[in-house]
Design a protein around this ligand. Structure first.
Ligand code: SAM
Ligand code: SF4
Length: 332
């Protein structure tokens, strides 16, 4: 086994996979409520194809994989894919990012199939607001899903909150307080200039953007935040903990303080393209070679090429906003 290293000497060990562009929610910053264009199902990678890519990547030293989307739990037979990937030697961290709606139903079987952890996206703790943000009245399902994941041992459970000024930013203290008594690992995420039509605009024009630094400043009224170094996961978040708290608090600031210098990941889109950087539209097609019988060696060569083409950093501050496709196809 040889490792994958990009042209800026960053080792690439993490693959995020969008398994579908479909979703059972319509978050206002992610999917349009009307006029949604979905890729035809035959264009989606089949499970055997995803397996082939991950097996080749694992041979090259990728040891962490996260399933995302769209909503990964709406794809039929997702447990089958988890079980298939769980068999691949060298993969020691198999996670899933979900909106939590179907998590109560699936948590125990996901664990049994080999999943290690879940991240649950939750932008509000208020029922009416949940409906406004997601278009559906299903906050109780998400809370039950988080509990089910915890009980099933899919830990640590991370909660992702995208902070939006004028929409949910008045809840950052409520989320922070929840970590005092609950084993929640809350991560505040900066809004990225992604989305479709109405929401896709340069971030400096987006009045909803709240920087991680501003959130951190606001949280200081609850007491000092002490740096915390998580035992599991790593990733781009900077973690803290209130003294005596059960859970932790993380800040993910892709826009205001990009962490590209330490980036260890690439992405596989739902329709089978390798995307070296979330915020850069360059991609390499894997679906066509897969459907023409590519060997593992050929897949490895394509993976290595994509890694080599990974840009040094994104260019959001220069106004270069990814526009070729929505987040849900790439896997956020
Ligand atoms: N449906 C799953 C979920 O919501 O967790 C997985 C896919 S979703 C695209 C993955 C993550 O991307 C979620 O935490 C979501 O909040 C985040 N996300 C989507 N659009 C975003 C944007 N424009 N800026 C920042 N985060 C975004
Ligand atoms: Fe669906 Fe996740 Fe996008 Fe919300 S953020 S619309 S749950 S894919």
């Amino acid at each position: 086994m040889t490792g994958l290293t990009d042209s800026f000497s960053r080792p690439i060990t993490y693959l995020r996979i969008s398994v579908t562009d479909r979703c059972n929610l319509r978050c206002l910053y992610c999917m349009p409520s009307q006029g949604l264009s979905l890729a035809p199902r035959k264009e989606m990678l089949r499970y055997e194809e995803i397996y082939q890519v991950v097996a080749a990547a694992a041979e090259l030293g990728v040891h962490k994989v996260r399933l995302t989307g769209g909503e990964p739990l709406v794809r039929a037979d997702i447990l089958e894919l988890v079980a298939m990937l769980g068999q691949i030697p060298g993969l020691d961290d198999l996670g899933l990012t979900t909106n939590g709606i179907l998590l109560r139903r699936y948590a125990a079987s996901l664990k049994e199939a080999g999943l290690k952890r879940v991240n649950v996206s939750l932008d509000t703790l208020r029922e009416e607001r949940f409906r406004q943000i997601t278009g559906r009245p299903w906050l109780p399902e998400v809370l039950a899903g988080i509990e089910a994941a915890y009980q099933a041992g899919l830990r640590p459970v991370k909660i992702n909150m995208v902070v939006l000024r004028g929409v949910n930013d008045d809840e950052v203290l409520d989320f922070a307080r929840s970590t005092m008594t609950r084993d929640w690992h809350v991560r505040f995420i900066e809004l990225m200039p992604f989305g479709e039509e109405e929401s896709c605009q340069a971030i400096n024009e987006d009045e909803r953007f709240v920087s991680a630094a501003e959130v951190q400043e606001r949280l200081s009224v609850l007491g000092p935040l002490e740096p915390h170094y998580p035992a599991v996961g790593g990733g781009p978040a900077r973690y803290f903990r209130y003294r005596g708290a059960v859970g932790t608090i993380g800040f993910i600031s892709p826009v205001s303080e990009h962490f590209c210098f330490g980036c260890n990941r690439m992405r596989l889109t739902a329709d089978g393209r390798l995307r070296p950087c979330l915020l850069d539209d360059r991609e390499i097609d894997l679906r066509t070679p897969l459907r023409h019988g590519a060997t593992e060696e050929e897949l490895k060569a394509l993976l290595a090429r994509a890694v080599w083409e990974k840009p040094e950093h994104h260019r959001l501050k220069e106004g270069l906003v990814p526009s070729a496709r929505p987040m849900r196809q790439i896997g956020g």
